[in-house]
Design a protein around this ligand. Structure first.
Ligand code: GRF
Length: 220
């Protein structure tokens, strides 16, 4: 199966890990639910399982091993050049664990979408499930947002919210949050592919109107 198609919006995916979000995205591309052409999957981590998933689907893959670069700026330049070659309309971050350079964010402004495992703006950064538990939050979740140079700070499109139960651990939260990720990321990517979703002046535009607050989906 190849997921490259010249008649569709061109996309590149960046990841570092397991790639369960990528797997769901691939399934949605295959059924036509997300009408994009996924032209390349790039990882900073040679051990990323997500790269194997992309290979199995016949997608071009590339590893730019972060650890082999003494100078971060050269890594970031390699990454930018590898993405530019694909001339993408959309860059999907699916568990990409490096901070993108400001230059990368500016070069592809409005085209980079990320999913982050918290109800942003709460819990930017790492270990979000544990931090939400330790803070005795009543709710937790995940957010899809456009990427700007400020880490996890871009305008939010859609969120999935769960209640935290007294029996929850970081692992159970991760599992429940990821179930929501598969739903909301597919929705957001579909809207972007259909030109219904954009970022303009650092604001989310949905069906041509400014979205004042993120769309909210609650766990059943
Ligand atoms: C997801 O939880 C996502 O929110 C975060 O990285 C994780 C990636 O998981 N950005 P996977 O590799 O898609 O399983």
């Amino acid at each position: 199966m190849t997921l490259a198609d010249d008649s569709l919006m061109r996309a590149v995916c960046l990841l570092s890990g397991t790639g369960t979000n990528l797997q769901v995205i691939l399934e949605n591309i295959a059924t036509g639910n997300i009408p994009i052409s996924l032209n390349a999957v790039i990882s900073d981590n040679p051990m990323a399982k997500g790269i194997e998933k992309a290979d199995t689907s016949g997608i071009t893959t590339k590893v730019i091993d972060y650890k082999l670069y003494d100078e971060q700026s050269i890594y970031h330049d390699q990454l930018k050049q590898s993405v530019l070659i694909e001339n993408p309309d959309l860059i999907i971050l699916a568990g990409y664990m490096r901070i993108l350079s400001d230059d990368f964010c500016e070069t592809f402004r409005g085209k980079i979408i990320n999913i982050h495992p918290s109800l942003l703006p709460a819990y930017k950064g790492l270990n979000t499930h544990q931090r939400a538990l330790e803070a005795k939050e009543t709710h937790h979740g995940t957010s899809v947002h456009f990427v700007i140079p400020e880490l996890d700070g871009g305008p939010i499109v859609i969120q999935y919210r769960i209640k935290i139960h007294s029996s929850d651990t970081a692992d159970t939260l991760k599992k429940r949050v990821q179930e929501g990720e598969y739903q909301i990321y597919s929705k957001a990517l579909k809207w972007f592919a259909l030109d219904q979703l954009k970022m303009k002046n650092d604001k989310v535009m949905f069906h041509g109107d400014h979205l004042d607050k993120p769309i909210l989906i609650e766990e059943n």
